[in-house]
Design a binder for this molecule. Structure first.
Ligand SMILES: [Zn+2]
Length: 261
């Protein structure tokens, strides 16, 4: 799944390719995308000028000059392909946006799980989101308040986009390992001192040079994670075998010794 750094990179590429330009045509090429963005909506986008592109969590928002918004989310493995309107779209392209200058943006997704939808106003285009994972204002005070009423385990709470926007499965596991916090610890029970450690760990994993956020479908990148997808392999700190559990339907990897409950 594209994590925050990949989505940020993709959004910047998109911004560079389309900001300030005018839409010539929006077309969906897959039934799942057509249900989200019916032809009637796609037609309304024609001749509209793109004023601004922004990211909120893992959501990408294409703001149009009239205040409407095209909302995109890559889900499991979407990406943008930037091409030209005179060529054929890629076979895995599910929707495309043609600009009047000949630029084409293709929403490329092998599994066609990505989301793309039109919203007449910006404020109805997004679910409620918490603070950005890379926002300097994220501190122990904020996190302590955000988790105060949470009786769930810390790992799923961290992945709740209402708590922190943009923190996904991989980096939640990696950050908890670095902060030596058990993923099953009750979210509201974690002290501010440990939350401060966790925030540092989140910053480290999101900014890490040693573990660049390559696609995790790329096997060559897997070893760059300390615990993620390393079940049975030894912990980099204490050599205890990494364990895998399932929390809220997602795999969690952790070291039972470093992250003792
Ligand atoms: Zn360990």
């Amino acid at each position: 799944m594209p994590e925050l750094p990949e989505v940020e990179k993709a959004m910047r590429r998109l911004r560079k390719a389309i900001e300030g330009k005018t839409i010539a045509l929006v077309r969906t090429l897959h039934p799942a995308l057509n249900r989200q963005l019916p032809d009637a909506h796609a037609r309304r986008l024609k001749t509209r000028r793109i004023s601004r592109v922004e990211r909120r969590g893992k959501h990408q928002l294409i703001h149009l000059e009239d205040g409407s918004v095209l909302h995109a989310h890559f889900r499991m493995n979407g990406d943008w392909l930037i091409s030209r309107t005179d060529g054929d779209p890629d076979r895995f392209t599910r929707a495309l946006i043609d600009l009047t200058d000949g630029t084409r943006v293709e929403l490329n997704d092998r599994r066609a799980l990505s989301a793309l939808s039109f919203h007449a106003r910006a404020d109805d285009s997004l679910p409620v989101l918490g603070i950005e994972a890379n926002d300097p204002a994220l501190d122990a005070e904020y996190l302590s308040k955000a988790l105060a009423a949470r009786r769930s385990s810390i790992k799923p709470a961290l992945m709740d986009q209402k708590v922190i926007a943009g923190l996904g499965n991989i980096y939640a596991a990696e950050a908890l390992w670095r902060a030596r916090i058990n993923p099953r610890a009750v979210a509201s029970s974690i002290s501010k001192a440990r939350l401060a450690r966790l925030i540092n760990a989140i910053r480290e994993v999101l900014g890490s040079k040693h573990r660049p956020p390559g696609r995790y479908t790329d096997k060559a990148n897997r070893h760059r994670f300390a615990v993620y997808d390393r079940e049975g392999q030894t912990c980099l700190v204490c050599s205890t075998p990494i364990r895998r559990i399932v929390q809220a339907g997602r795999s969690t990897y952790y070291c039972p010794k470093c992250q003792r409950s």
